[in-house]
Write a protein that binds this ligand. Structure first.
Ligand code: IMP
Length: 198
């Protein structure tokens, strides 16, 4: 598989963009949605990470013509039957709280639902869907860990302050970006993508 010279990463999340640009380095130019002047509310209506990642990539390819990749990530907590999972971004919103992507509200609800649970095991799973020309690809990356009792650290984003990767003493929000990338779900999904490159 060959990466095109320019590819769109279907995100406006500055953290994700920086993570992926750091990993891909100068292998290809990665443009964000804002950089192609896309301000659409792209539907994420599938009930799987794979489905949502493909919906986003397909939207950009069909409406803007760019080769594109998109990611969808879920935090799967065993004691909660795999929740919030594919609904990670709107966990609090769907449970009577504030809007989508309110990380504080999402973490608060997660910690509340984890009160008294002894099994705190969880994993982040990312699926990347990529469309290059006529070809479509999906790549997956995951990282096992556990949910802390209280948030720790101020780097990163989303659920990072409450996620402790297995065998580590620092949460994702206490690590620098390079260390998080070296073991993270998204880092591994991009790694799987890079393994397929010619
Ligand atoms: P999405 O794939 O961007 O929709 O992410 C789903 C949810 O997971 C959002 O609430 C994100 O903030 C959160 N999330 C995605 N990636 C990460 C990560 O690397 N660390 C922590 N939270 C993340």
């Amino acid at each position: 598989m060959k990466l095109p010279e320019t590819i769109v990463f279907a995100t406006n999340n500055a953290h994700k963009l920086q993570e992926v640009r750091e990993i891909l380095g100068d292998r290809c130019r990665v443009l964000s949605l804002a950089e192609i002047n896309c301000h659409d509310d792209i539907p994420e209506t599938a009930d799987t990470l794979e489905g949502n990642a493909m919906l986003k990539a397909r939207w950009i390819k069909d409406h803007y013509g760019y080769d594109c990749f998109a990611d969808d990530t879920g935090l799967e907590v065993d004691a909660l039957g795999g929740a919030p999972g594919v609904k990670s971004a709107r966990y609090a919103a769907e449970n009577g709280g504030s809007g989508d992507h309110d990380s504080k509200a999402n973490m608060c609800l997660l910690l509340k639902n984890m009160e008294g649970k002894t099994d705190r095991s969880a994993r982040f799973r990312t699926v990347i869907a990529m469309i290059c020309g006529e070809e479509t690809y999906t790549f997956e990356g995951k990282v096992e860990g556990s949910i802390t009792e209280v948030p720790r650290g101020s780097d990163g984003f989303g659920y990072d302050p409450v996620f402790l990767p297995s065998g580590e003493s620092l949460t994702f929000a206490e690590m620098d970006g390079a260390r998080k990338n070296s073991m993270s779900h998204r880092g591994r999904a991009v790694g799987a993508l890079m393994e397929e490159l010619d």
